[in-house]
Design a protein around this ligand. Structure first.
Ligand code: ASP
Length: 332
């Protein structure tokens, strides 16, 4: 029997109704006790409750706590399941992919749209899928939801209530559950390289800008004053920022001079951005921005926090963004 560690952090899956609304209240033993009896014949599950939070409260400090538990337990288990709120699960899954590069076991995040105590909960299905993936011996950080398993760094929450809440953006699914059981798509799972070290240093001073027509360039002055060290810009379409009347490119120059790393992505969810296509993108490239290409916003933000925690050398940060560390970017 495969040994699986269940780490719980809270989220809807563990929620109970309170007078102030749903709040995490169930512990791991109660969650696990709700699984159908047959499931226990397949896995030997150990349980550790590490956090009791709505995932809106999960922040960089909590990412370090979760990564530390996974790292220290990695040799004692065949796989690890982490229950987590869905709202920021994609950020946590992306960050863990960077902090735990080289992990030799499956680490699978899951949660649910309806609390486990609800008679119609999707939590049972999600937990069962996550346990199956955790027992698969396929190394990496994954997100399991609605019978789909995706790379942690490619998951995005796209629906607020539907059980089909997550999508693997710009990357095929790592596995699905169907009539054949857990079908693993090995060709879409990057090979794990190197030894696993806990690389949990990060810089939380990263700001995300969703560009809107006419956005005031003075915003950049404010970010500089606030000592932000990284900015991710979700620009328009394939890649463009305005420069007439309100010149954002001049501000990109100022940011580069101040030693701020700027990563540019698209606000379109699907397909890669290409800032070399239009003048409005080329001008940004000329100011030294780092192309985020086909990365999700969640992966771009967490990778920038992580990269700035590893090095102060912006050339090195750029090289990290040119390389796929966990399958988050299609290396050209
Ligand atoms: N607010 C909840 C959370 O992210 C939502 C969920 O888990 O589905 O913790």
């Amino acid at each position: 029997m495969k040994k699986v560690l269940l780490l719980t952090t809270g989220g809807t899956i563990a929620c109970l109704p309170t007078r102030e609304g749903l709040a995490p209240g169930l512990n791991g033993a109660t969650l696990a006790g709700m699984l159908p009896h047959g499931v226990w014949e397949h896995y030997q599950v150990s349980i550790r409750d590490i956090l009791h939070l709505d995932s809106s409260n999960i922040q960089p400090e909590e990412w370090q706590v979760i990564a530390g538990h996974v790292f220290r337990s990695r040799e004692d288990y065949d796989g690890i399941v982490i229950t987590h709120g869905t709202d920021t699960m994609a950020y946590t899954a992306s960050m863990l992919s960077f902090m735990l590069q080289g992990i030799r076991i499956p680490v699978v995040l899951t949660g649910s749209q309806l609390p486990m105590g609800h008679p119609l909960t999707d939590g049972l299905e999600n937990l069962r899928t996550a346990l199956a993936m955790a027992a698969s011996a396929v190394p990496g950080v994954f997100l399991a939801f609605d019978r789909k398993v995706m790379l942690g760094c490619r998951g995005v929450k796209i629906r607020t209530t539907d059980f089909d809440a997550f999508e693997s953006v710009n990357w095929p699914l790592a596995a699905v559950v169907d009539g054949k059981g857990l079908e693993i798509h090995r060709q879409s799972i990057p090979a794990v390289r190197g030894d696993c070290e806990l690389r949990d240093r990060l810089c939380p001073k990263v700001f995300l800008i969703k560009l809107t027509p006419g956005l005031d360039p003075e915003l950049f002055d404010m970010l500089l004053q606030m000592h932000y060290r990284g900015i991710v810009i979700e620009a328009f379409g394939a890649g463009g920022l305005h420069f007439i009347r309100r010149d954002l490119t001049a501000k990109l120059r100022a940011a580069a001079r101040a030693g701020i790393a700027v990563v540019v992505c698209s606000q379109c969810l699907y397909e890669p951005s290409d800032f070399s296509l239009y003048e409005v993108g080329q001008r940004a490239l000329a100011e030294g921005v780092i192309p985020g290409r086909d990365m999700t916003t969640e992966a771009a933000v967490t990778k920038l926090m992580w990269a700035l925690g590893q090095t102060e050398d912006l050339g090195e940060v750029r090289r990290m963004f040119e390389t796929s560390l966990a399958g988050e970017i299609c290396a050209s």
